[in-house]
Design a protein around this ligand. Structure first.
Ligand SMILES: [Zn+2]
Length: 318
């Protein structure tokens, strides 16, 4: 509910060093593996203060890992500790049009926050966050449309408190799951190369008609979602429609949604993709009736999928 797969990142500043999560590593592994790399902080802050957002971070020691694609964000935020998450309870608001107006009424003066519209992760997003912080220099929380949240603080306790406050205020009940009468039988039938997903909640994306309709029209909601699950969903109106296309052998997407039946994947579909899919379900299940969501445009999707840094991150996760 806070972050999925290799998404999100954490950093802290120690003298002239910015310790930041390495690209493609998982925050969930931080207690076990060495997932942070040291980066030259003055090199970044000097470049950023002169408006250079194309600066490449320099490692302070040799490593086979690369610093996170969001390292510039961490460098430009003045706080000692910075946490960036794709938290479901917050993200569910950030995918909507006019999210700032709605959030303002809920957060009120309890949180000092600022926000940005959608921008491609990396230099463009860092520049937008820098502008947002120029407008509200004492902000502890930065909300990123269709993406997630950044929280800065003097220490982990301060951040934990801010995160707790924002999450508590923005938490909404997901729509109640409809019953899945066919769930057991899903695992008996033959679906060619496909297997039903084992997470029952994910099947609701195909069996709850409100969610299925939203899925068909509002797929590309977040950068990681597009990067890990593709530009558009493969939806079928019936089992027959699915079988006739699969039998033609022309098109075999990794992930498919069959209306009223369930959600199926090919064997190569991995845990990071499944985490993204569950996140997507959680976000859709929290949309109020009639809510207008902001779907990424064709150009925004194209720039995400052609991006070399993302290819590297996905390769690491395989
Ligand atoms: Zn992110």
């Amino acid at each position: 509910m806070l972050v999925q797969g290799a998404g999100g990142n954490v950093s802290w500043k120690s003298g002239d060093t910015l310790w930041v999560k390495a690209s493609g590593t998982r925050l969930a592994d931080a207690g076990r593996d060495d997932i942070f790399v040291p980066v030259d902080l003055p090199h970044l802050t000097n470049a950023l203060s002169s408006g250079d957002f194309s600066v490449i971070p320099k490692l302070r020691q040799q490593s086979s890992l690369r610093p996170s694609i969001e390292t510039l964000l961490h460098a430009l935020i003045p706080h000692q500790v910075v946490v960036h998450l794709h938290a479901v309870e917050i993200l569910s608001w950030l995918v909507r049009n006019n999210y700032e107006r709605d959030i303002e009424t809920v957060l009120g003066p309890r949180v000092r926050w600022t926000s940005t519209g959608y921008h491609k992760p990396g230099a463009a997003l860092a520049q937008a966050v820098s502008t947002a912080l120029d407008n509200v220099p004492d902000a502890h929380v930065v909300l990123l449309q269709n993406h997630g949240v950044i929280i800065g603080g003097a220490n982990v306790d301060e951040i934990s408190h801010q995160l707790g406050t924002v999450t508590e205020l923005l938490t909404v009940k997901p729509c109640p799951p409809v019953s899945l009468p066919q769930y057991e039988s899903l695992f008996i039938a033959d679906y060619e190369f496909y297997k039903p997903v084992t997470d029952p909640f994910i099947h609701h994306l195909a069996t709850d008609m409100k969610l299925f309709t939203r899925l068909s029209s509002s797929w590309a909601l977040c950068p990681d979602h597009v990067v890990f699950l593709g530009a558009r969903p493969a939806c079928y109106s019936s089992m027959d429609a699915f079988r006739s296309e699969i039998a033609s052998g022309k098109f075999r997407p990794e992930l498919i949604f069959i209306r009223g039946i369930g959600v199926f994947t090919q064997p190569g579909f991995n845990a990071s993709q499944m985490a993204q899919l569950r996140c997507y379900y959680e976000v859709l299940a929290r949309q109020p009736e009639g809510a207008e969501v902001n779907v990424l445009s064709h150009d925004q999707i194209a720039e995400l999928l052609d991006w070399d840094a993302e290819r590297y991150r996905i390769r690491l996760m395989q």
